[in-house]
Design a protein around this ligand. Structure first.
Ligand code: PGA
Length: 337
């Protein structure tokens, strides 16, 4: 039996809060790599901190059996301690933040265009929880969002890919898969698998220059040596959806552009797709985030999970045991999507 009191005394003397935070993430996610990703750390750092924590406690905390990570008895007790501890700290931070400015305050967020499919709803929930905060949301394409970041205009930015050219902190919070879409009556729509090279023969509709979706699609095609036949550039996801449904060509879009209605489109099962990407909350490194901005960041990471699964084409593929999928309305766990 592990003596809880003794465990706590040892912890207070020797473990750091950071180690407990890392342990909590590994225990919750049952994975070193997922914990590393969620904390923006490398896997060796996570392993080393867990080892040091086990030394501080004087007992093993985790067991690796096969590919699984399991808690030992001491690990389970420590996990309970962590939940209590972080719960208390969260409540304390909330109290202080409320005292400092969450009752009144402002938040400026710039998001890339495609985030408009989910971000306003997250903002809505945030406003309900913190009704005193004034929020301004600028929705623009990636290039313009990065320009604002360069000039430190906003508190936080929501992007499909952190900029490599700027020194930023980036916290992933939600999947952002890119898929190939075509009109429902497109000849390729009935195929179970479409080779990537086949896509190069189809007229392609692309978002405007400066769009993150376009950048990601172009990069992908370039790395695979594919030269697409670009037929037209359009300045919004909705315009692209209409043009694709009208038979002007195929396109590459974020899955988020499809979850609220297929509008006569299908997702083509193209080799190499969906492109797995994430949404990130980004801010310039070194920026002192306001209490409101920090609270919003934590809120987005928490709430973002509710928009993270149940992609319509995956549901359909599962139902069909693989193959193509017609885009269908997806329900978020909030039941409002
Ligand atoms: P965009 O960016 O809306 O500018 O295309 C989206 C993304 O980067 O995923």
């Amino acid at each position: 039996m592990v003596d809880k009191l003794e465990l706590r005394t040892r912890l207070i003397r020797r473990a750091t809060l950071r180690q407990l935070e890392i342990f909590e993430a590994v225990a919750r996610l049952r994975s070193f790599s997922r914990a590393a990703e969620s904390l923006c750390l490398t896997q060796p750092t996570v392993s080393m901190q867990i080892r040091k924590l086990a030394e501080a406690v004087g007992m093993p905390l985790l067991e690796k059996v096969g590919k699984g990570v399991f808690l030992t008895e001491a690990g389970r007790e420590l996990y309970t301690v962590c939940l209590e501890l972080f719960g208390t700290i969260d409540r304390f931070e909330m109290t202080v933040a409320n005292l400092r400015g969450l009752k009144q305050g402002s938040l400026r967020v710039t998001a890339v265009t495609t985030a408009e499919y989910f971000l306003p709803r997250i903002l809505g929930y945030f406003c309900q929880r913190y009704p005193g905060i004034d929020i301004s949301l600028e929705v623009t394409n990636r290039e313009h969002a990065l320009e604002r970041m360069r000039h430190n205009v906003d508190d936080l930015y929501i992007c499909g890919q952190p900029p490599e050219e700027l020194d930023v902190a980036a916290v992933p919070f939600l999947d952002n898969p890119l898929v190939v879409v075509a009109a429902a009556d497109h000849p390729l729509a009935s195929q179970r698998r479409v080779p990537l090279e086949r896509i190069a023969q189809e007229p392609l509709l692309l978002r405007e220059p400066g769009s993150g979706t376009r950048l990601a699609a172009e990069k992908f095609f370039a790395t695979r040596g594919i030269v697409p036949r670009v037929r037209m550039e359009l300045g919004s996801n909705e315009a692209i959806k209409q043009a694709v449904a009208g038979g002007l060509g195929i396109s590459v879009l974020s899955g988020h552009a499809l979850v609220h209605g297929s509008g006569g489109l299908v997702v083509l099962p193209v080799a190499g797709f969906p492109l797995r990407r994430s949404w990130y909350v980004v801010y310039p490194k070194g920026k002192q985030l306001s209490v409101v901005a920090r609270t919003f960041l934590a809120f987005v990471v928490q709430e973002g999970k509710g928009f993270a699964s149940g992609w319509p084409w995956e549901e359909r593929e599962k139902a069909q045991g693989g193959g193509r999928a017609r885009v269908r309305r997806r329900r978020s766990r909030h039941g409002r999507g």
